[in-house]
Design a protein around this ligand. Structure first.
Ligand code: SF4
Ligand code: SF4
Length: 66
């Protein structure tokens, strides 16, 4: 990842209902849940910006990239 800019993961926590889809689908275990089941970022550096989380969130809470 030398020279790369860090990925940007924008999350709208007000819309997150804690369904678990994003953190269960992320292939790199970037995402995790808090005590209410809402998404949190656990390991930003491992994000490949594959957008699986963004594409599957039913409430459009996640946006990858700038
Ligand atoms: S998929 Fe969306 S609504 Fe479900 S936990 Fe993730 S961010 Fe929240
Ligand atoms: S873009 Fe891909 S690697 Fe990054 S958090 Fe979402 S599912 Fe995980």
């Amino acid at each position: 990842m030398k020279g790369d800019v860090k990925p940007i993961i924008a999350i709208n926590l007000e819309w997150c209902k804690g369904c678990g889809i994003c953190y269960n689908l992320c292939p790199k275990e970037v995402l995790d849940k808090d005590e209410w089941g809402k998404v949190v970022i656990k390991d930003l550096d491992s994000c490949t910006q594959c957008r699986i989380c963004e594409d599957h969130c039913p409430d459009y809470c996640i946006r990858i990239g700038g």
